[in-house]
Design a protein around this ligand. Structure first.
Ligand SMILES: Cc1cc2nc3c(=O)[nH]c(=O)nc-3n(C[C@H](O)[C@H](O)[C@H](O)COP(=O)(O)O)c2cc1C
Length: 190
């Protein structure tokens, strides 16, 4: 059995100035922290400030983040959709690491315009399978995101998104526990 609470890293994917992402992320982290089965580490890619992939001269931020990712039993990415996909900042972060993602569950909270970030999520599933991560079926999605939260950063209609968050987190907890046990019984080797 896993050593509860599971360690879940919540990645804030948008790094652009004036981004909406923290509003969505703050709400979601509030939901996740209400549970007793998870310990949340918020990793804001704007604060981590990873260099462009391949810049071997600037590895300090990459090395600093590595143990936080390695310690996680699972991930939730809060991501917008840009031009029918996910932001370059997210791809850059995925590309910098490999074993840190392996044999761990990866869930999504997406937001955007009409699509609610769903196309970004579908693209991510393909990419994450390449780094041996297990993408979680159910997601939380906000279309027209900027109209869905009030001035205090709270959802105007919380019932649907709170339920979606619980469904997704229940699946993440199941996979997180199962893969924790599997990794400890037999280290994942590629
Ligand atoms: C370059 C760019 C492209 C976008 N493309 C889409 C898109 O294809 N589909 C969509 O639903 N929203 C799209 N949007 C809207 C964003 O998802 C929305 O502005 C969101 O708030 C961006 O997240 P951020 O503010 O946290 O960076 C786009 C926004 C930008 C800046």
């Amino acid at each position: 059995m896993p050593a509860y609470p599971l360690k879940i890293a919540v990645l804030v994917g948008s790094t652009r100035k004036g981004r909406f992402g923290p509003v969505v992320a703050d709400w979601f982290v509030g939901q996740a922290r209400q549970r007793g089965d998870m310990e949340i580490d918020v990793i804001d890619l704007a604060e981590v400030n990873l260099p462009d992939f391949g810049d071997e001269e600037e590895l300090e931020a990459v090395r600093t983040l590595a143990p936080r990712l390695a310690a996680a039993d699972g991930f939730v990415l809060v991501t917008p959709e840009y031009n029918h996909s996910y932001p370059a900042s997210v791809k850059n972060a995925i590309d910098w690491y490999l074993k840190e993602w392996q044999a761990k569950p990866f869930a999504f909270v997406s937001y955007g315009g009409v699509s609610g970030g769903l196309r970004a999520v579908e693209h991510l599933r393909v990419v994450l399978s390449e780094v041996h991560a297990m993408s979680i079926r159910d997601t939380v999605s906000f279309h027209g995101a900027w109209d869905r939260f009030d001035d205090n950063g709270l959802p105007r209609e919380p019932k649907g998104c709170n339920t979606a968050a619980k469904t997704m987190l229940d699946q993440l907890a199941w996979w997180g526990g199962a893969l924790y046990t599997a990794r400890n019984e037999r280290p994942y080797g590629t």
